[in-house]
Design a protein around this ligand. Structure first.
Ligand code: NAD
Length: 381
């Protein structure tokens, strides 16, 4: 079932769930030792030893370069089907991953996935505004759903997705990969344990110089917004999982230097937030490279990651020395975690409600930037 509204907060969840702490994750596990399953494993949702079948919807860059390779390493799930509108891609993937014709769909035939007992989880990897439709259709087809970030392009759509999965009795998880990454887990622990005293301030930012002006990421209808929806959400997540709470007040400012390229979405956004006594300043941009990290300042020292949000090469520093863990495949970790939640019927720590919380805050950030006023996000309920 999709998680109920009264979720434990992130910190109490981490405290009661040792398997999510970086300390509990051995180098062997991270390197794949404990997560490596037998290729001879069959796949049903009922047998905990067997790998669940995952169907990818949308075979773009992320599916091709990150998710499909990760699904070759996962112990609890495997690539079992694809959904694509491009015949050449379907053919190429079918050959490359030895997929049966019966597990290959286009967007029109997608709903027939309901009859496919080989597929347990649908992973939605489409442009942002398409997440809601394919999550809802997957839930109606009786599949658990893992959906890329941002969960959708509006809180209204997030609620529809949560309801669809709840009504279908299926789990919904959001691709917040950093919540499974050892350096991030260690930073959550440092914050929770007050290793550097009470947190006072956090800086966080993620952005890059965007290329092709015709890409869907610059199209408001498909993307929902600009860098905030795409990568600023990582900075927002970091603030929420370090300060362990929800922002009470947000003040945002947009800066646009190229009104032609960024006619539909923001180019750069700076915003400040407050959670209790912890303030935060965040940046996101499609205008330049280099911002990629967070730093948290406590009463007795400071710590952070830079780069923090890449797929690999995460580096941590602190006033007590470096923060170093083996590099991990974020997608392998998130997928194996979600598959185990499905197998064991346990809650995911990245449920739809987590995506909705971020979307309510994103809406408040846009409202503040548009009005020039400090905005209180609509409370999560
Ligand atoms: P992409 O452009 O490379 O791929 C998008 C796919 O959607 C393509 O296969 C394209 O053919 C298909 N598609 C179907 N209808 C489309 C339409 N109307 N317009 C454009 N494409 C259409 O994008 P991507 O980088 O793979 O991103 C996909 C999703 O994954 C996005 O929601 C993005 O935010 C998310 N993402 C997450 C991470 C992460 O680290 N978790 C990284 C990159 C992307």
């Amino acid at each position: 079932m999709t998680e109920k509204k009264s979720l434990p907060n992130r910190r109490s969840f981490l405290e009661t769930s040792g398997k999510f702490s970086a300390g509990a994750m051995t180098a062997g596990m991270i390197a794949g030792g404990l997560f490596t399953g037998s290729s001879a494993m069959a796949h049903t949702a009922r047998d905990p030893k067997k790998k669940l079948g995952v169907a990818l919807v949308g075979l773009g860059s992320l599916s091709t370069k990150q998710i499909a390779p990760a699904l070759q390493k996962t112990a609890h799930c495997r690539l079992a089907g694809i959904v694509s509108g491009t015949p050449e891609k379907r053919k190429k993937w079918a050959t490359q991953y030895d997929l049966p014709e019966s597990s290959i769909y286009d967007y029109e035939s997608f709903d027939k996935i309901a009859d496919n007992g080989d597929i347990d989880i649908v992973y939605v990897v489409l442009p942002n505004s398409m997440h809601a439709e394919y999550t809802i259709r997957a839930a109606k087809a009786g599949k658990h759903v893992f959906c890329e970030k941002p969960m959708a392009t509006s809180s209204e759509d997030c609620r529809k997705m949560i309801n669809a999965c709840r009504e279908a009795g299926k789990k919904l998880g959001i691709g917040y990969r950093c919540q499974f990454e050892p350096h991030h887990l260690e930073c959550m622990k440092l914050a929770a344990d007050k290793t550097f005293g009470d947190l006072k301030h956090i800086t966080a930012g993620f952005g890059f110089k965007s290329g092709d002006p015709k890409q869907w990421r610059l199209n408001k209808e498909l993307a929902g917004g600009g860098p905030l929806m795409d990568v600023g959400i990582y900075a927002l997540q970091a603030y929420r999982y370090l300060a362990d709470g929800e922002p009470e007040a947000i003040s945002a400012m947009e800066i646009k230097t190229d009104p032609v390229k960024f006619a539909q979405v923001e180019e750069t956004l700076n915003w400040s937030m407050k959670i209790g006594k912890v303030s935060c300043s965040c940046q996101t941009s499609y205008g330049f490279n280099g911002i990629n990290g967070f730093h948290a300042y406590g009463t007795n020292g400071h710590f952070g990651l830079k780069p923090a949000f890449n797929y690999s090469g995460i580096k941590g520093t602190s006033s007590k020395g470096p923060i170093t863990f083996p590099q991990a495949d974020h997608f392998q970790l998130e997928l194996d975690d979600f598959a185990q939640c499905v197998k064991n019927d346990t809650p995911t720590k990245v449920p739809g409600e987590e995506g909705l919380r971020d979307m309510l805050i994103i809406e408040a950030i846009y409202k503040s930037a548009a009005t020039g006023k400090t905005v209180t996000p609509v409370a999560f309920q």
